[in-house]
Structure formats: C-alpha cells, structure tokens
Design a protein around this ligand. Structure first.
Ligand code: ZN
Length: 447
C-alpha cells in the first residue's frame, strides 16, 4: 500500500486528520467566510468574550497560539473534561496517558514524517536521537496496543486519552482558541474485529449525540466524508469500499440523516464528521468517527482469534468533542457566555442585601462549596443590589439574601432566564440545583 500524496493541508495529517480528530478546519472556514458575509457579532466572538469573561488570554512572552486558561476558563474546561472522561468510563473505555514527544522514527512509520512534517514542530536533537512534539495521539496508542499479546476476548478494546498534541501553525493565522499550536485532544481508539466496527461506530455516534444534548450544541449536519476526483488517496480500493460500507451501516443503524460529501475524506480513509456552525454561520468539524485499516498495517497490529490464528484488528478513531480548545470556543459562542449550569464557571451568585447578611452569605457559600457547587459572594461594596444582579446576569442561579432569608434559612432564588422559583428552604434549593448539575441538564429548573 502506498501513500502517494495528499489533497490538501486539511486532509494531510495521517494522525490528526487520519483521526479526523483534527481541530483543523482551515478549508471550511475559508469557504464559508465569503458565503456568510459580515464577521460574527462581537458578542458571539469567543476571543472577545473569552477576554471579557476572564476565561483565557495570551502573553507575547509565552507566544502566539499558546493561550493560557484563567480560573473561570479552567473551571469550564475541567467540567467538560470530567464529563467526557465519565461518559467514556461508562461506555467501557479505559484511559491511558502517553507522552507528548516521540522519536522521529515513530512518525516515519505512521506516515506523518512523509506527509505532515510541514505542520510539525522541527525535531529536537537529543544525544544523537531526534524527538518531535507529536502531531497526533494515534501512533502512541497503536504502540500501547502492541505492547501486549492481544486476544479476540479483549475486543473491542477501547483506549481513550485527553492528551496534548502540537501543530506548527503560522503565527499569522493564530487566534483565540480555534487556531492554536498546543492542542488538548479528546481522543480514543477502538481496536476491534471487522464484525464489531459498525456497532462501535454507532455507539460512538450515540455518545456524540448525548454529549451535544448536555452541552446544548446543535449539529448542523452529519457528513459522510468520501474521497473526491483528483485527490491523491491511499491506493487500496477494496479497503475504501469496506470502510465506507461500515460507516454507512453505522449511520443507517443510528437513523441519522446525513449527506455524503466528496473530497472531504482523509487521504487514508472515509470518515463521519459532525459539523457545527458558529455565530457567523461558518461550519467546522467538532466530532468525528473513522474506520482505519491503514494504521494497523503500518504498525503490524495483531490479535489471536478464536481459531488460534493471528488476525489484523481494525482501528476506529473517534472524538466526541474534538479538541478541548475548539469545543470551549464553540460553547462560548453558542451560549454567549451563558453556559449550562453544570459548565458555568460560577453556578450560584449569593447577593447579601446589606453588610449584615455578609457573614450568612459566606457561611452559605461554604455550604455550597462543600456540596461541589461553584459559588461566588457579591457583597454590597460591589454596588447596589440591581447592579450586582446585572453583573451576575450570566450566572445560572442568583440567591438574594435578606434578613428574612437569613433568619429562616431560606433562599430567594432567581434564575438567569428571569424566572423566580420563590423562597425555598436552603437545603431544598441546593438539592434541586445539585440534581440538575449532576444530570448535566441544560434546563435551569424542574418545574
Ligand atoms: Zn486517531
């Protein structure tokens, strides 16, 4: 099997694009910039909102495309990462950690060195060896798979990692969280038999659908990304037919409407891409599911079958939310900073009416923190009650604490959407908020 060339920068990564976990949507962004005219409303620009809301920032001394996350941004990211890890645990994935560096030789085997080195950081010479910052996680996972003899009884073997990868984007195109040089990828590889592929792909689509519900994300469309005329793809027509048939079967079993798109496949295989749209209507890929016969060959992966013979596994690459950076950027724009309660940096704002209630507000904050809620007290020295209510307008829950609430251990709750559930005993109010948060609900209240 030969890898001849690649059709475009976006499809050139045998890892990021191979996985299709690539946060790279250069082509699509470029295409849609023109179609949708004016730039998005500033309110829905994650770069502007990210700074205003204190989520992330950059420093020229750290470098372009290398944002750091402030505490509120880190809280959102942490909630997202925990959701993903938990969803993966429940779906039978085992998590691994692997280093962000690898020897040049590793990427020569995977094909990155030949086809993707332009997007990789230059190698570092270390005692006669060359090591590089990795452009994808797949090669490390293939080696972890290969580190033990594998049996068909272990299949499907689901390996997941939220891991770092790097892309040497040019500084001119860097910005916010969507064009970065350091990427944290929600990645997973399922090593399975040919018979298990369609079911694993269908299950991955189910995880994506549930995650979107929890995140309040609406898919623009599901795309079956196929090779197109003129493109230079891995020359293995039979493998292309088989992987396309498997992905089609997974889509059909899921009952999802989808569109086939020629010219959008990775150079080594077709993929299912879940497309989302930003505030300006620009489309990008958030999630993907891919079937890969190529990498198992490159790394000579095997398992012992029920017949006692050695067989080649298939690799299903899948990502629920793509890169954490791109996912948070999309969430910021999608919600305009008004995140679902379980993601919100501050979930409950406590507003004491006067200085008299400040000690009670602090005690209430401690109670909330002990329950795992993210809470902030906004005392009277920050302004009038009205001003503090406005300042906390993106916080899902606000509790105004006056003399009566303090005396009776009750909360006068206001919801971000303007509803007022009324005065409730503190325990009941916190129970109900906690239940909605634990359920990853996008609803602010259960009436
Ligand atoms: Zn992969």
């Amino acid at each position: 099997m030969t890898v001849v060339s690649v059709r475009s920068p976006g499809a050139s990564c045998p890892g990021a694009s191979r996985c299709g976990h690539s946060p790279d949507d250069r082509e699509e962004t470029a295409m849609h910039d023109h179609a949708h005219g004016p730039l998005q409303h500033p309110r829905h620009d994650h770069r502007k909102l990210g700074r205003e809301l204190g989520l992330f920032d950059t420093d020229p001394l750290i470098g372009a495309g290398l944002p750091y996350w402030l505490p509120d941004g880190a809280a959102v990211r942490h909630a997202l990462e925990e959701y993903i890890r938990d969803a993966e645990r429940r779906a039978g994935y085992r998590h691994v950690y692997s280093p962000v560096l690898g020897k040049r030789e590793l990427y020569e085997i995977s094909g990155h060195w030949a086809h993707y080195s332009d997007d990789m950081f230059p190698p570092m010479d270390l005692g006669g060896e060359q090591v590089v910052l990795r452009p994808s996680l797949c090669p490390h996972h293939a080696l972890i798979y290969r580190s033990r003899a594998r049996s068909y009884r272990e299949m499907p073997l689901r390996m997941a990692e939220l891991g770092g990868m790097y892309r040497s984007e040019l500084s001119g195109v860097l910005g916010g969280l969507t064009r970065v040089r350091a990427i944290q990828l929600n990645d997973a590889h399922i090593f399975c038999t040919l018979e298990q592929v369609a079911e694993e792909a269908r299950a991955a689509l189910g995880m994506i659908r549930r995650a979107y519900e929890a995140l309040g994300v609406v898919p623009a469309r599901y795309r079956l990304s196929l090779p197109g005329p003129g493109g230079k793809y891995v020359d293995a027509p039979d493998l292309w037919r088989r992987s396309t048939a498997l992905l089609t079967e997974a889509l059909d079993r899921s009952g999802l409407p989808y569109e086939a798109a020629e010219g959008e496949a990775a150079f080594y295989g077709p993929k299912i891409d879940v497309q989302v749209r930003d505030g300006a209507g620009r489309e990008s890929t958030l999630s993907t599911v891919q079937v890969d016969f190529h990498q198992p060959e490159r790394f000579d992966l095997r398992y012992v079958g029920a017949d006692g013979a050695r067989h080649r596994p298939v690799m299903v690459h899948r990502s629920i939310v793509g890169s954490v950076e791109r996912a948070v950027a999309h969430l910021v724009e999608r919600h305009g900073g008004a995140f679902p309660a379980w993601l919100a940096p501050t979930q409950l704002a406590i507003l004491p009416v006067s200085d008299t209630e400040v000690p009670a507000a602090d005690a209430l904050a401690d109670r909330c923190t002990a329950l795992g809620l993210r809470v902030e007290v906004a005392p009277p020295d920050r302004g009038s009650l009205g001003a503090r209510v406005r300042a906390a307008r993106l916080v899902p829950y606000q509790a105004v604490l006056g003399a009566r609430e303090t005396a009776e251990d009750r909360l006068a709750l206001r919801l971000r959407d303007g509803r007022r559930p009324g005065s409730l005993p503190v325990d009941e109010a916190l129970d109900r908020i906690g239940a909605l948060v634990r359920a990853h609900s996008t609803a602010l209240w259960d009436d």
